[in-house]
Design a protein around this ligand. Sequence first.
Ligand code: AMP
Length: 290
Amino acid sequence: MKLVKTIPEVRAEVDRARSSGRSIGLVPTMGFLHEGHLSLVDRCRELAGYVVMSIYVNPLQFGPSEDFDEYPRALERDLALADERGVDLVFAPDDRELYPNELTVTVAPRRLADRLCGLSRPGHFEGVLTVVGKLFGIVQPDLAVFGQKDFQQAVLIQKMATDLDMPVSIEVAPTVREADGIAMSSRNEYLSADQRRRALSLSRGLAEAVRSFRSGERDAAKIRSGVLSTMEAAGGVEIEYVEVISAGELEPLEQVDADTVVVVAARIGTTRLIDNVRLGKPDPGLGRLG
Ligand code: AMP
């Protein structure tokens, strides 16, 4: 595995791989890798001949009062994990490499970004799409893999690639969970043991939604209130939203079907966590709970 920190080096390595006939896959991350990130690498290796992982904590997607400074970083450990998992190239730029000048152009999402996470994180998705758009421009991958864990983000990235005619196919891989059901996240690192127990209420709430769907419930309001009461029962969980939405347009629904997605966001202490499930196709960890 090779580590590079500049754009010309990425381009040289990717050109070499492409001219040897390999297709290029990209897995963008902010590092502090866990099994969720590494599952994206596995998926990418199935689909592409050459796997590029970017590791960059993107300041543009953090609000002024958010956790940019505290966000956990562990590049040496990340490199060992990525290497073990078969990544071919890691691109770990610094801020000057990616943002040498103040940007005059960004990728600003319209509808779909002003709801759910967009409500409490204004500008967040603009920051995400801008950096992902830059990474697409730098690496020029044939495909890129994102996690279902960040559902709204994955949908917006798919829309960006379609709307801006970017020649990259977007693959969305299932959420990887700890044995007890909690979705893996670099931010789980912030939780105390007590908060970690309360954080389980997100996946428990979603498992309740799956259980209810499987037993025949189709009324979105009833499914939503089951999730809310499961989450409230944990105590110490400040619920930001629980929504029952369509997978394509993120529209709130009255009736659910197998493609409907239940999305949740909550704060536990100062840590903000998100999770989601597709009712008819829960990822393995939730299916077991459900
Ligand atoms: P991050 O480092 O948090 O920006 O995440 C990088 C990529 O990993 C994004 O596409 C995330 O959706 C994905 N990801 C994060 N956590 C998980 C998880 N538990 N399961 C699957 N993918 C994940």
